[in-house]
Every structure is written in structure tokens, then in C-alpha cells.
Design a protein around this ligand. Structure first.
Ligand code: 5AD
Length: 404
């Protein structure tokens, strides 16, 4: 009987992709997937640590597997992803039945870790495979410890309808004061255009036609080839030429890198979706400054106006954090104004969650009461829902031959 595995994924598309890669590796090892954790021999949680809530969900789910592990201690329970990198040993303290934690920069050793645990009797002690902390090690050592994991991918039958996620950058160098990602995913590293093109070609050869290029700040992509610095716009041109590629988009964008060359490429390349996800986070200059975002609300507005001006029919979506440290009603109203001005197709709204180890946690008090965060979250959502409704009504009217 082949061993069965269950993998649960929380968080962003980076994690979705990592789980897909882990899943292919486990299949290659001869294991088979099972939808129910209780029936599996190996259970993996691919975790997110962007907000406290995401971590609590994992700890509760781990708690529910205590009996499963006690029933058969040979079963394997692993924690992957950002929480593994952030909490490390702490995971074992809160969930002593976990066998191993493995950070997002160490997926390269996932299979050997599981094999070692399966084959060893008695079971080896708890295993931790994580990358180095960037605050206390040299950049070269830290980079070396966040391994770029890009194994060859085989597309499962029936999966060709889904867009394939293709990573173009790893890690993040934006130092947003609230965010844990630069610590848990390490310094930004861009993959070579050749590597990316080869992967896209390989997937296109297997019948995939739609691609989403992903990176934490995807539009800061840069790769030096001799004299030439390859940017995201260059990459879009190059990938557009690959036979079998029909549609592409890219997430997530950092507002300051929304350069004209990128917008021109999106405008001129028929295969690239005219849509941009560009998190604004706040519409208040003083909050943006505390968030260390390096732009003002006015600059963000200009960028949105530039997108709409240059690309007919372009749409935008955004992320916002409400209730960030010291956010006043007036700051919040400026965020509402920004949403109204930019007319996003959708916004993802989050209540600020303090993350240990970040600058914001160190420098500022998490002083907006929970009820106020909730109220602002709901109010911004209402404003956004009304805009989304108007935009979709307009889209419908525009496409209706009677009203056109
Ligand atoms: N608290 C709340 N939301 C956060 N995000 C990132 N860090 C935090 C935090 N500490 C949000 C941002 C980001 C999205 C992926 O998650 O809006 O764009």
C-alpha cells in the first residue's frame, strides 16, 4: 500500500505554488494524496504568518491531530512555510507532536527529511530546517540559506485549464514596517529570464496556456545580463513570444515600480491582462510614512491615474490595512477617499495584526482598539462593494448591444 499524504495550504499564491511543488515531489516519491488528514500517513501544513489569525488557525488544526498522532506515532506531521521559518522551535512547544518544521527557503530538503523520518527507527529527534535570519548574518550567507526551489513540474491531467503560477522573484526587500515577509522569505532574488522562459515553455508544451507570474513585489524584478538589466517589461515581451502562451498576468505590484515601460508593455502586448493588483495599504501620508511605504497618497493617485490614462479599460485591485498604529478617524477617511478616487475593482482589507520582529512592533504601539479596527474594516468594505457593483454594472452595460 503506498503511503498517503495530506497537505493544507494557507496564505498567498507563493504558498499555493510551494504546495504544488511539494505535492509533485511527494507523488514522484510514490506517495498518493488523500483529502482527509485523519486517513493520511503524512500530514503537512504549509503556513502563513502575515497575520496572527492565520497562525492561530494552524495551531488549532495541529491540536486536532493529536489523537491521530498518538494512535500511530509512525505517522508524520510537518509544518512548512512562513510560520515554520518564523516560529521554529516554538512550533514544538505549542504542538509537541509535530515531527519537523521546514522553512520556505528549504523546500529542497523536504523529501529527504520525510524519507529520513520514515526510515529511521527509533524516530530521530525533532527536525528543524530553516534559513538564516537576515538581521544577524551576512547577506551572502542568508542568500545561500534561502534556496531557490524550481524542480521540473509535471502538469496533472485536467489541470491545464487553470492558470499556472510561475515564480519570477523570491523573497522581498521592501521594508514595510508591519510585514514579516522579508524575514521569513528572505532577501529578494530574481530568477534568470532564461530559467523562467524554459519553465513557461515546459508548461506550455504540456497544454497550459494561462500564466500568472508571481513575486512579493513582482514589478521590482530585475536581472543583470551583461550590460543589460532585464526588467518585468522585458520579461513580458519575451514570454509573449512563447508558442502556446495565450494569457499572462502578474502579482503583486509595489506602487513605486509601476513604471511607464511596464505600463506600455501591458498596453501593447495583447496576451497580457490589462489588470493591476497594486496594494496601497493606506490613504494617509502619515500612516504610509509609519508603514515605511516610501510614497504618498498623492503619488499613489497619480500612478492610478497614469494606469487608467495609458491603458484603456484597465482595472485595478488593492490591499489595505486598517487600524495600523496611531491611525485616526481622519487618517482612515483619507483611505476611504483614496478607494473612491481609484475605483478599484476590488480591495482586500485587513485589520492590522502586530508581528513580532517587525519595525512596527518595535517602534509603535498597536493602539487602535479592536472594535475600531472592525468598524473601519466593515466601512471600507461597504465603500468598496458599492464601487465594485457600479463597475460591474457599467461593464455589463458596455458589453450589451442594446445600450452600447
Ligand atoms: N497586519 C495586517 N495585514 C497585513 N498585511 C501584511 N502584513 C500585515 C499585518 N501585519 C497585509 C497587506 C499585504 C497583504 C498580503 O497582507 O495588506 O498586502
Amino acid at each position: 500500500m503506498p503511503l498517503q499524504f495530506y497537505i493544507e495550504t494557507l496564505g498567498c499564491q507563493m504558498n499555493v505554488l510551494d504546495s504544488e511543488l511539494a505535492c509533485s515531489a511527494l507523488l514522484r516519491m510514490g506517495m498518493v494524496p488523500n483529502d482527509a488528514p485523519n486517513d493520511a500517513d503524512v500530514v503537512l501544513f504549509n503556513t502563513c504568518s502575515v497575520r496572527q489569525h492565520a497562525e492561530e488557525k494552524v495551531y488549532s488544526a495541529l491540536g486536532r491531530l493529536k489523537n491521530w498522532k498518538e494512535e500511530n506515532p509512525q505517522r508524520i506531521l510537518g509544518v512548512l512555510g512562513c510560520m515554520a521559518q518564523k516560529d521554529q522551535k516554538q512550533v514544538f512547544r505549542r504542538a509537541p507532536h509535530v515531527d519537523f518544521v521546514l522553512g520556505p527557503g528549504r523546500l529542497d530538503v523536504l523529501i529527504e527529511t520525510i524519507e529520513r523520518l520514515l526510515n529511521a527507527t527509533p524516530r530521530p529527534a525533532k527536525t528543524i530546517c530553516t534559513s538564516l535570519h537576515r538581521a544577524t548574518n551576512s547577506l551572502a550567507d542568508v542568500l545561500e540559506s534561502f534556496r531557490l526551489y524550481n524542480p521540473e513540474r509535471t502538469v496533472a491531467s485536467g489541470q491545464t485549464e487553470e492558470p499556472a503560477l510561475v515564480r519570477i522573484t523570491f523573497g522581498c526587500d521592501q521594508c514595510c514596517s508591519y510585514c514579516v515577509v522579508p524575514f521569513v522569505r528572505g532577501p529578494e532574488q530574481s530568477r534568470s529570464p532564461q530559467d523562467i522562459a524554459d519553465e513557461v515553455q515546459h508548461l506550455a508544451d504540456q497544454g497550459i496556456s494561462t500564466f500568472t507570474l508571481i513575486g512579493q513585489a513582482v514589478n521590482s524584478y530585475r536581472y543583470q545580463e551583461g550590460e543589460h538589466q532585464f526588467r518585468l517589461a522585458d520579461l513580458l515581451y519575451r514570454l509573449s513570444d512563447i508558442g502556446g502562451v495565450e494569457q499572462m498576468d502578474f502579482v503583486t505590484n509595489y506602487p513605486l515600480y509601476m513604471t511607464d515601460d511596464l505600463l506600455q508593455a501591458v498596453r501593447d502586448l495583447p496576451k497580457v491582462l490589462k489588470h493591476f493588483h497594486v496594494p496601497a495599504q493606506s490613504g494617509s501620508d502619515s500612516i504610509l510614512k509609519r508603514m515605511n511605504r516610501h510614497y504618498t497618497a498623492g503619488q499613489y493617485r497619480e500612478m492610478a491615474d497614469r494606469i487608467y490614462g495609458m491603458i484603456p479599460g484597465a482595472t485595478m485591485t488593492s490591499d489595505f490595512i486598517v487600524g495600523f498604529c496611531s491611525e485616526t478617524d481622519e487618517d482612515f477617511e483619507q483611505t476611504v477617499d483614496l478607494v473612491k478616487h481609484c475605483r478599484f475593482r476590488n480591495s482586500f482589507i485587513f485589520k492590522y495584526s502586530e508581528r513580532a520582529g517587525t519595525k512596527a512592533a518595535e517602534l509603535y504601539a498597536d493602539d487602535v482598539p479592536e472594535e475600531v479596527k472592525k468598524y473601519r474594516n466593515n466601512r471600507l468594505l461597504e465603500v468598496q462593494i458599492e464601487i465594485s457593483r457600479q463597475l460591474s454594472a457599467k461593464k455589463e452595460a458596455d458589453s450589451c448591444p442594446l445600450t452600447r
